[in-house]
Design a binder for this molecule. Structure first.
Ligand code: B4P
Length: 193
């Protein structure tokens, strides 16, 4: 299986780029952010709990997102591979993902990390907030909090995958098309090894 993580701070372009590469590699896109927003819209117990955290720019508890991902792995046994978008976001989630994938005999092959300076992230998310109704993109203080959570809690995952020789940094600044090309080059090079 071709299991890839697309990683990066809020607004780095994880969702944007995932949508552009899933068809090329025939992968199933799993975005925990999208799944949580679906749960919020449906007002499920998970959604009601997640909304409070997301609105404050905080992470949703590990057990909640791990359960969502495990369910998706079980529901999609015949796919060629997954692109994990926005998951894992903590070391605990990364270790859980490794456990779940090793049990299924299909570990992560590559972790693509989109790298974008903080000020550009703030600008992109405030822009998205004007056209989308995403509650977490409306206020600069909430956006800055999400970026701080990323630096403190999520960024250390880079070392976790670097130690496994799976980390691949991608310059996330440029046009969407330029960044897609960088990603395709990295994925093709990894699969040619
Ligand atoms: P996510 O849905 O993952 O959202 P994100 O980090 O804001 O977005 P992403 O990087 O995908 O940005 P996008 O491509 O859209 O998470 C939302 C929240 O859910 C989290 O804060 C957290 O609370 C919770 N959550 C999700 N997963 C979790 C987990 N595993 N554990 C705990 N909590 C979890 O791009 C952003 C904007 O930039 C768009 O408007 C786009 O058009 C623009 N853009 C993209 N590429 C560009 C480029 N090259 N140049 C200019 N603009 C660009």
């Amino acid at each position: 299986m071709l299991n890839i993580i697309i990683f990066g701070p809020p607004g780095a372009g994880k969702g944007t780029q995932s949508e552009l590469i899933i068809n090329r590699y025939n992968l199933k896109h799993l975005s925990t952010g999208d799944m949580l927003r679906t749960a919020i819209a449906a007002k499920t117990p998970v959604g009601i709990e997640a909304k409070k955290r997301i609105d404050a720019g905080q992470l949703v508890p590990d057990d909640v997102v791990v359960a969502i991902i495990e369910h998706e792995l079980d529901q999609n046994k015949d796919v060629r591979g997954f692109i994990f978008d926005g998951f894992p976001r903590t070391i605990k989630q990364a270790a859980k993902l490794d456990d779940m994938l090793y049990k299924r005999g299909s570990p992560i092959v590559l972790m693509l990390s989109l790298e974008v300076p903080d000020d550009e992230l703030v600008e992109r998310l405030l822009n998205r907030g004007k056209s989308s109704n995403r509650s977490d993109d409306q206020e600069e203080s909430v956006i800055r909090n999400r970026i701080e959570v990323y630096h403190n809690t999520t960024q250390p995952i880079i070392e976790y995958y670097r130690e496994q020789n799976k980390y691949c940094g991608i310059d996330g600044v440029g046009t969407i098309d330029q960044i897609t090309k960088r990603i395709i080059n990295a994925v093709d090079a990894a699969f040619a090894r």
